[in-house]
Design a binder for this molecule. Structure first.
Ligand SMILES: [Fe+2]
Length: 166
């Protein structure tokens, strides 16, 4: 079906983000299992829970408008998940702390992709007069930002980057 207006674009985006969240969950779980730093492991587990909430929120929004949430496959997240596995999980690490730094780097790419998705969709929802959707999307954006900031803190102040120095 041709996308003819902002509303169509909005639903296309909601479905894309539903697919993105769905694909981000298993790779984040894999990174949590591989992480050595306990703070990092806990943060990744919390992110899995947050992403699942985001996925459920996208599903509720889609269904609330009579749309099937599973209508799209996000190739952007497919690529990011592949990148994360390749650079942070399958790469050969001689040092666990260095792998932790790689995990954070890859996690943040996934998070930033979700943030741009939520932010754009929130603006669309506001323009379309979908106030409750906009509120939910704003909440998802805020949670994802928090998760991203938590990772920066763990990398920079929590000592992961420093531990990876040698
Ligand atoms: Fe996508």
């Amino acid at each position: 079906m041709a996308i003819k207006n902002l509303k169509d674009l909005y639903f296309d985006g909601i479905k894309d983000l539903y697919s993105a969240c769905k694909q981000a969950i298993p790779v984040t779980e894999e990174m949590a299992a591989a992480a050595q730093n306990s703070q990092l492991r806990d943060a990744l587990k919390a992110s899995v829970a947050g992403t699942r909430k985001g996925m459920e929120a996208m599903e509720r929004i889609a269904r609330g408008h009579g749309q099937n949430p599973a209508g799209e496959h996000c190739r952007g997240m497919e690529g990011l998940a592949e990148e994360a596995r390749s650079h942070a999980l399958q790469a050969e690490f001689a040092d666990e702390e260095t792998q932790d730094a790689a995990i954070i780097a890859q996690y943040q790419r996934l998070a930033h992709y979700a943030i741009t998705g939520y932010g754009t969709l929130k603006a669309f929802a506001e323009r379309l007069g979908f106030k409750e959707d906009a509120r939910v999307l704003d909440e998802c954006t805020a949670h994802t930002y928090e998760g991203d900031a938590r990772m920066t803190t763990i990398a920079v102040r929590g000592g992961v980057n420093k531990a990876a120095m040698d």
